[in-house]
Design a protein around this ligand. Structure first.
Ligand code: PDD
Length: 291
């Protein structure tokens, strides 16, 4: 049984309970983070903490813990939850809600005691060979709200879109907002258009992914032309490569879009280059070099 953290306590998962009046349960009034840990080392912890802070500000909720308190809890959970499957990679899920209110009322309660929940899950080792076959994707109208930069626990839009993709035999949806590509249902999207790697600029229409930012940084370091700009569904359909990025997927090639092969239907040469760079980055992190 895994050990989780809930409001100051470390508990076996089945003993962690919250009130039905928690605003996270009633309103999805909260935010979350997913942080990968490779060999016990957290990927881009500071960036995740910065994003958490700005998300909490966006929903007008105080950060209940200092960065060193978050660090301490996470380190304890990583130690308390050894992987059963022999792998050494995990991801940390953390969630902060506006806590329990005496009555169900949309407006904030006067006194707020945030609910803080963290758990650690195994991350199946992701390597190049596993990723190379790629996945199928479909384009769908982005039906979500106008603050997609907030990593809100209110994920109903994302869930319905992902399920629609699954129902059509695809692994993920690529979302289109007024003709422009925004992101995936739970990932960011990159495309290679005229030999240039392109991804949508940050703003309210998409989550500023930590993996996205790292890929952009690595591209610059390795002379891979990369642009953050709006790009249309039309451009996406003519792309020679398409990738999803996320903390748990890493960099996943899309080989089929809307039932048609992307270029020759195989992962492309720029992905081959980038995944090597990304894996090298993970190896460094495992040996303790921060990134
Ligand atoms: N999701 N966009 C959306 C809508 C996401 O849900 C995610 C990640 C990303 C990629 O962000 P990052 O690189 O920081 O993981 C983009 C996480 C993994 C999840 O909900 O499980």
């Amino acid at each position: 049984m895994s050990i989780v953290y809930l409001n100051g306590e470390y508990l076996p998962l089945d003993q962690a309970k919250i009130s039905v009046l928690d605003r996270g349960f009633l309103f999805a009034d909260g935010v979350y983070e997913v942080i990968p840990a490779y060999g016990g080392h957290l990927l881009r912890m500071q960036e995740h903490m910065r994003r958490l802070e700005s998300n909490l500000q966006a929903i007008r909720l105080q950060n209940p813990l200092s960065e060193s308190q978050w660090q301490q809890i996470i380190q304890k959970l990583l130690t308390e939850n050894p992987n059963q499957g022999g792998g050494e990679d995990k991801y940390v899920y953390l969630q902060v809600t506006r806590g329990v209110a005496a009555k169900r009322n949309h407006a904030f309660p006067e006194e707020i005691k945030q609910t803080v929940f963290l758990m650690v899950n195994e991350l199946a080792p992701v390597d190049k060979e596993k990723l190379r076959p790629g996945v199928a994707a479909i384009t769908l109208d982005d039906i979500r709200w106008k603050a997609c930069h907030v990593k809100s626990i209110a994920l109903l839009g994302n869930i319905l879109l992902r399920q629609q993709a699954h129902d059509s035999g695809a692994a993920e949806a690529i979302l289109i907002n007024e003709g422009q590509v925004t992101e995936g249902a739970a990932s960011n999207v990159f495309a290679v258009i005229n030999d240039v790697l392109v991804t949508a600029p940050t703003g309210p229409r998409l989550l500023p992914g930590i993996t996205r930012d790292l890929v952009i940084e690595l591209a610059a370091e390795h002379n891979i032309a990369c642009e953050e700009r709006d790009f249309s569904e039309q451009e996406l359909l003519s792309a020679s490569e398409i990738w999803f990025t996320s903390s748990t997927k890493e960099i996943l090639p899309v080989v089929k879009l809307n039932g048609k092969p992307v270029a020759n239907g195989q992962s492309g040469p720029i992905w081959e280059k980038m995944i090597d760079i990304y894996q090298a980055c993970k190896i460094k992190l495992r040996s303790g070099e921060s990134r």
